[in-house]
Design a protein around this ligand. Structure first.
Ligand code: ZN
Ligand code: ZN
Length: 451
């Protein structure tokens, strides 16, 4: 019997050029983890949290040069540390993809071939640093964003989400040599015309929860080029061109590969047959990610899914979070304004750490890391969740939690508020009613791994 299609929640694969900091943990990862746990607690349906590691990013090569390491060894070491960080914060994945798997790499090559049959790929001359030989794209170069003047790598601006175009970059500098490029080389780009951009906007307009960032992106995004393949000493090559693939295109295909597995599709099938089978299963896909990934998850992935007619890879909903701040500024390891995830491990029980980060979750705007606040659950011991009728306050708590299971309504802020208000009310009413409320809240907190 074919199992019913699950809801699959994807979170962005961390780049293995560093460990996780509290902004990563308290952003998409904790938010998605709490959502999946809540759905599992309250509803009898299959929901899965899936991710992997962003193995093929140029940032890995950049970091390797900076620390004098070999990129592949660096990637494997940070992959190990990232997974340890996930474990330390009880961020549970139901599946964790392996994008080095030879079967997947076969699927990737077939998918890339299928895509080139249906999209326009153009070649462009691009700057190349004569000092280090790096193509001045991705992590190898920075310039002022032509959309907002923010200092941006040559991919997508993290401040306004606009893709950076190779022509007319402002003050382009090699990130390794810190000099302007002297030479040129060739790179390949996907060309999206006005019609393709409009089709994605039309699809995603009501799926991003009125995100100001996504709306602003579509207000300004016109016909543009998105990197397809470029010359790099590190990355994933999918043909004999000698060029590596834009790592975000690889991420799209690895998400798709993971989705096939979650739906029980035979991944040995040829690409087109596997996709047809996935379309028949019709799983629900939700993406949780940070604003800096808005272009990729909202525009690029949808455009690729539409071009390849992989219908489930057009998400039913995206949940976009902002950046966590420390001392009033964005977390930045290069500026030393950072708290690494593993620095807090052991300073308090995991439930307390998760609660602190839940209170800091920057869902709607940048938000400061909260001080170590009060615990949510009652201090006195409580029994198991009461069955049957309880005080009317308990009905309110249950109803509010049930509302949050709808992904549109889900918010960590509201979840924490339900727990806070329930606890306060229990203190006010006292007696058996308080025991009933506290007992239920303790049960919820146990399942959600909150304090
Ligand atoms: Zn250079
Ligand atoms: Zn910008």
């Amino acid at each position: 019997m074919v199992r019913p299609a699950p809801t699959v929640v994807f979170t962005p694969p961390p780049t293995p050029n560093g460990a996780l900091h509290v902004g990563h943990v308290g952003g998409p990862y904790l938010r998605a983890d709490l959502y999946v746990r809540l759905v599992r607690l309250l509803e009898d349906r299959e929901i899965r949290h899936v991710s992997h590691v962003d193995t093929y990013q140029s940032y890995v090569a950049k970091k390797a040069v900076e620390v004098g390491a070999e990129p592949d060894a660096l990637s494997r070491e940070y992959t190990r540390r990232i997974r340890a960080d996930f474990d330390a914060y009880a961020l549970r994945h139901d599946a964790f993809g392996d994008n080095r798997d030879p079967d997947y790499l076969r699927f990737l090559r077939e998918g890339v071939q299928a895509l080139t049959d249906v999209v326009t790929v153009v070649e462009r001359e691009v700057p190349r640093c004569e000092g280090c030989g790096r193509t001045q794209l991705e992590a190898y170069a920075r310039s002022a964003c032509t959309g907002c003047l923010h200092d941006a790598y040559l991919n997508v601006c993290e401040n306004c989400s606009l893709p950076q175009q190779v022509d007319g970059a402002l003050g382009l500098l090699c990130t390794q040599c810190r000099t302007a490029a002297g030479g040129t080389t060739t790179a390949r780009f996907l060309s999206f015309d006005a019609r393709a951009v409009a089709a994605v906007e039309d699809t995603m307009r009501h799926r991003h929860g009125a995100s100001r960032r996504a709306s602003a992106l579509f207000d300004r995004l016109g016909p543009h080029l998105a990197l397809w393949q470029f010359e790099s000493p590190y990355g994933i090559a999918v043909d004999d061109s000698g060029l590596v693939l834009n790592p975000w295109v690889e991420i799209f295909f690895h998400h798709t590969w993971c989705l096939l597995q979650e739906c029980g599709v035979d991944t040995r099938l040829p690409f087109s047959e596997a996709v047809a089978e996935l379309n028949r299963r019709d799983p629900d896909v939700i993406y949780f990610f940070g604003v800096d990934n808005t272009y990729y998850y909202v525009f690029l992935f949808t455009a690729l899914a539409q071009a390849l007619v992989i219908r489930p890879m057009v998400p039913s909903r995206v949940k976009i979070n902002h950046f966590m701040h420390l001392r009033g500024a964005k977390i930045s390891s290069s500026r030393g304004n950072v708290v690494w995830a593993d620095e807090l491990v052991g300073t308090a029980p995991v439930e307390v750490l998760r609660t602190r980060l839940a209170r800091s979750c920057p869902e709607y705007a940048p938000r400061e890391l909260a001080d170590d606040g009060p615990r949510l659950s009652p201090a006195r011991p409580v029994g198991v969740a009461p069955a049957g009728a309880g005080p009317r306050e308990l009905d309110v708590v249950r109803a509010r939690l049930a509302d949050l299971v709808a992904v549109d309504a889900f918010s960590v802020e509201r979840l924490v508020d339900v727990l806070d208000k329930g606890r306060e009310r229990a203190r006010a009413v006292g007696g058996d009613d308080a025991d009933a409320i506290d007992g239920y809240l303790a049960h919820v907190c146990r399942e959600l791994q909150l304090a």
